[in-house]
Design a protein around this ligand. Structure first.
Ligand code: DC
Length: 229
């Protein structure tokens, strides 16, 4: 059976990873959350107290990253990947608002993007891949079989994220989350290297008023069409 490469891009907190994970499980494809790699670099910078260099010495910031190793390990069913920073599973730590507040600045650095894109392209596409991020359809896999672009209103995205973080035991405010989402969208869309854009051949899904199942149903139609043609 043909195995597809599916690129899912879109604005912050549009549910890309929930959708990507479900699709990967349904079709037995590998799932990679590329944002978690940029988040792992940011976590390293926070823990090693080098974030200050982002403002005045990017070259030194990059130099300090030479002790960093980022990779994915697949969980028992071999599909869902967890990101490891220097051999430590950081899947939980990278979700904090502190990481979210700095990650777009880190992800705008071309030298860092170059390394991350290299790692992302290492995935075995022969097994079928679902990857989500900001530049997957435009830069990482411009030849992807299916390109999706997810969007939703700021308020809906902030409410969903707020609920998720509160349920996970974080103490965050709705306004801080809304500001973070707006700020990240702005930085991610306006950076000079690989900005977030809607590719001409992408299918745009505005999920402000859609359930996850409704989105999966639409995407299944696209996948079945691609598999049959
Ligand atoms: O998907 P996410 O929200 O976890 O991503 C975190 C940040 O990483 C996002 O604000 C921008 C950056 N990112 C990127 O620049 N390119 C990607 N392919 C994925 C994420």
């Amino acid at each position: 059976m043909k195995k597809l490469t599916i690129a899912i891009d879109g604005y912050a907190s549009t549910g890309k990873s929930s959708i990507a994970k479900k699709i990967a499980i349904k079709y037995g494809y590998i799932y990679i959350n590329s944002g978690s790699m940029y988040r792992a670099v940011t976590l390293f910078a926070i823990e090693n107290k080098i974030l200050g260099l982002l403002n005045d010495n990017i070259d030194l910031f990059i130099e300090k990253l030479n002790r960093i190793s980022i990779n994915f390990r697949f969980s028992e069913n071999n599909l869902i990947s967890n990101v490891f920073l220097n051999n430590r599973n950081v899947e939980k730590d990278i979700g904090s608002l502190e990481v979210s507040n700095y990650v777009s600045k880190v992800a705008a650095i071309p030298e860092i993007r170059k390394e991350m894109v290299k790692l992302q392209r290492n995935v075995d596409r022969g097994k079928g891949v679902v990857m989500d991020g900001r530049d997957i359809g435009s830069v990482v896999f411009p030849d992807a079989d299916i390109k999706l672009f997810l969007t939703a209103s700021d308020a809906v995205r902030a409410s969903r994220r707020f609920e998720e973080m509160i349920n996970n035991g974080s103490s965050v405010s709705y306004d801080d989350i809304l500001n973070n989402i707006r700020n990240r969208d702005k930085i991610d869309s306006s950076r000079s290297d690989s900005p977030l854009i809607i590719e001409k051949d992408a299918v745009v899904i505005d999920n402000s008023n859609m359930s996850i199942d409704e989105q999966i149903n639409q995407i299944n139609i696209l996948i079945n069409y691609k598999l049959a043609n």
